[in-house]
Ligand binder design. Structure first.
Ligand SMILES: Cc1cc2nc3c(=O)[nH]c(=O)nc-3n(C[C@H](O)[C@H](O)[C@H](O)COP(=O)(O)O)c2cc1C
Length: 331
């Protein structure tokens, strides 16, 4: 099985401010196979920004860097840096509709410029051996015909992109906020299925509105992969079933308590490097969702983790309010 066929079966979507390296470390404890995407990192940030925008923990693999940009040589430069740092895949964002992104002429508005996207893919592919993939929508504004999408796929795949993730709704480039653009345009999974039927040689994953493992399995009847965003963040324990249910691994499902305990030394290291407890724990608030006591867990972390003297053991204190998750699951 190729890299893409294996890794794209289940991934967590790139999400700004959410899928940072702390979330990804936590997510990796829940699933060994899930492909994790970084937040979108712009070429401008990597080239001109202060700080290391490519930092990640080695435990995160497989991990894909999502780049935002549309200048082929800048993208190639950043892809090369990412490859040297050991990322497993480079993904180009052709799906984000925010104004800020449009001003930079990247994100979803690039759907209207498939030739430029092809140049970007070609430039990146010529300097790295990694898969260069594209995350896109099914259309933008009035340009939402199936032919518009196939023209995009034709031109971009001809430049060497073999793997596409399709967020199965279009984006309105003006009038809707990014949040509304994730909710208002209707989902059309059939469009993505049709792409897979018409381009069987490409690896196609679908994204948008997927909430359960059963839904994932349904999509996998038609496609190579599923990408889950909000649900994987708000209800992270979903990831604990992925290895067995999606990848057929026989390893036992990890329990929540073990994950929390494993996060304590991670938070200790983060503190030793000058970080705060809540940088990490803010991504863990949904871990006990659906179980009695989940609200206490969430409240303890929300009220105390940002305090200056908060310690990693706060995680254990918060968990004490939840009781034995294993017992509770049986109720
Ligand atoms: C907080 C947030 C930030 C996001 N940031 C990005 C991003 O950086 N790059 C990107 O391609 N999509 C981004 N998205 C869109 C998601 O990747 C995904 O396409 C969208 O949420 C639909 O999938 P879902 O219904 O499973 O959440 C973001 C979504 C959310 C909720």
């Amino acid at each position: 099985m190729s890299y893409a066929e294996h890794n794209c079966r289940f991934s967590v979507a790139p999400m700004l401010d959410w899928t940072d390296r702390h979330y990804r470390y936590f997510a990796r404890l829940l699933s060994r196979n899930t492909l994790l995407y970084t937040e979108m990192v712009t070429t401008g940030a990597i080239i001109h920004g202060r700080g290391d925008f490519l930092e990640y923990n080695q435990q995160e693999h497989p991990v894909a860097l999502q780049l935002g940009g549309s200048n082929p040589s800048e993208l190639a430069h950043c892809a090369k840096l990412a490859s040297e740092r050991g990322y497993d895949e480079i993904n180009l964002n052709v799906g984000c509709p925010s104004d800020r992104v449009q001003n930079g002429r990247f994100g979803a508005c690039l759907m209207a410029e498939p030739e430029l996207v092809a140049e970007c893919v070609d430039a990146m592919k010529s300097v790295v051996d990694l898969p260069v993939t594209v995350k896109t929508r099914i259309g933008i504004d009035e340009q939402d015909s199936y032919e518009f999408l196939t023209r995009f796929i034709d031109i971009v795949s001809a430049a060497g992109c073999q793997d596409f993730t399709i967020h199965a709704r279009k984006a309105w480039l003006s009038g809707l906020s990014p949040k509304e653009n994730r909710e208002i345009p209707p989902l059309d999974y059939d469009r993505a299925y049709q792409i897979k039927r018409d381009y069987p040689q490409l690896t196609i994953a679908v994204n948008g509105g997927i909430k359960t493992i059963e839904e994932c399995q349904g999509h996998l009847q038609h496609l190579d992969g599923v990408m889950v965003g909000r649900e994987a963040y708000q209800n992270p324990y979903l990831l604990a079933s992925v290895d067995s249910e999606i990848y057929g691994d026989s390893t036992p499902t990890v329990d929540r308590r073990a994950v929390v305990e494993a996060m304590v030394p991670y938070v200790e290291r983060h503190l030793a490097n000058g970080g705060r407890v809540n940088h990490v724990t803010r991504h863990m608030l949904g871990l006990f969702n659906g179980l009695p006591g989940a609200r206490n867990w969430r409240r303890t972390l929300s009220e105390k983790a940002h305090l200056k003297d908060a310690q990693p053991q706060l995680l254990l204190e918060a968990m004490a309010h939840v009781g034995e998750p294993k017992e509770l699951e049986l109720n």
